[in-house]
Design a protein around this ligand. Structure first.
Ligand code: NAD
Ligand code: UDP
Length: 309
């Protein structure tokens, strides 16, 4: 039985990945300090004998006394609201946390995967974004703490590959949504669904003309798993290339929720990217992966989960 250690293993993506891997027959160790998650995310797996939880801040060193075959470094605040409230923790987990996680992977001779992000492209000047684009990031703006931490994490991961010959994977994850997102984590999808289900005003920032491309969680996990098993050591975009304006997303969620909510317009946050859409040619050709769940289907499942949880 192969063992996978997931930092951030009780978060939104980490807990879905943990469940998926347990079902595939892996042993899973989740390392998490519950900075932006809670135990309810793992209630369906925590009694599984092949699952182990270590409550630990990965920005501090950690020793693991068993074999680890894959180390997935997913710990980091991910919502812009979370990382603007937790700037130092975000920088530390991207820098020190990545260093500690790489150290464990090196000691265990484990395959290392970094959960990177479309935010490494910043407010992109190239559209859609291929992996070869270097990005347009403001290092001192409110999003800089996240963007620069992830850019540092990518550089550190590549350095460990070059110097210590670690087998590394870098997943540049684009906006992903689904069940188990925190209702108040501040991201557009949970905000809009929570507001729509309460028939309260849906808050669109700016005029809503900025775009995002939304991937359903099960598609993302399939893509990450293919990358984990691949021999690709370069960054790969994983996301859904169907692009929507945020205003259209808000209207869609109101309609799919059967809500009477109105849309209200609020100030656009500083440095909010105007566009974001992955070029997934690399994932399609090298991993033979592409998303299969459309936004309407994914939103319907997510709305149902928010309604009943
Ligand atoms: P999340 O906030 O739900 O999960 C992050 C997890 O990391 C939480 O369980 C949190 O408690 C944990 N964590 C944070 N700092 C920690 C530390 N120092 N030590 C141990 N655990 C710590 O976010 P998510 O959406 O599941 O994102 C997971 C990863 O994927 C993040 O690295 C994020 O940057 C990346 N990502 C997510 C998206 C997305 O759309 N969800 C997009 C791009 C990248
Ligand atoms: N957004 C919005 N209303 C909200 C929350 C977010 O209009 O209540 C906008 C936000 O300004 C951004 C987009 O929705 O343009 C996506 O935001 P999210 O926080 O989900 O992720 P981001 O892609 O910005 O990291």
């Amino acid at each position: 039985m192969k063992t996978v250690l997931i930092t951030g293993g009780t978060g939104f993506i980490g807990s879905h990945f943990a469940k998926f891997l347990l079902e595939k027959g892996y042993r899973v160790i989740a390392v998490d300090n519950f900075l932006t998650s809670n135990e309810s995310n793992i209630k369906d797996i925590k009694e599984n004998p092949n699952f182990k939880l270590i409550n630990h801040d990965i920005s501090l060193p950690l020793e693991i006394d068993e074999d680890v075959h894959y180390l997935l470094h997913f710990a980091s605040p991910a919502s812009p609201v979370d990382y603007s409230q937790l700037p130092i923790q975000t920088l530390k987990v991207g820098a020190l946390g990545t260093h500690n996680a790489l150290g464990i992977a090196r000691a265990k001779n484990a395959v290392f995967m970094l959960a990177s992000t479309s935010e490494v492209y910043g407010d992109p000047l190239v559209h859609p974004q291929p992996e070869s684009y270097w990005g347009n990031v403001n290092p001192t703006g409110p999003r800089g703490v996240y963007d620069e931490a992830k850019r540092f994490a990518e550089a550190m991961t590549i350095a460990y590959h070059k110097i210590h010959k670690i087998d590394i994977k870098i997943a540049r994850i684009f906006n992903t949504f689904g069940p188990k997102m925190r209702k108040k984590d501040g991201r557009a999808v949970p905000n809009f669904i929570t507001q729509a289900l309460a028939n309260q005003p849906v808050t669109v920032y700016g005029d809503g003309s900025q775009t995002r491309s939304f991937c359903y969680i099960s598609d993302l996990i399939e893509g990450l798993y293919k990358l984990m098993l691949s021999d690709v050591n370069e960054p790969v975009n994983i996301g859904n290339p169907n692009e929507y304006t945020i205003l259209d997303l808000a209207k869609k969620i109101i309609q799919l929720s059967g809500s009477t909510s109105e849309i209200v317009f609020k100030d656009l946050p500083v440095d909010d990217p105007k566009t974001r859409c992955p070029n997934i040619t690399k994932a399609k050709t090298i991993l033979e992966w592409q998303p299969t769940i459309g936004v309407d289907e994914g939103l319907t499942k997510t709305i149902e989960w928010f309604r009943t949880s």
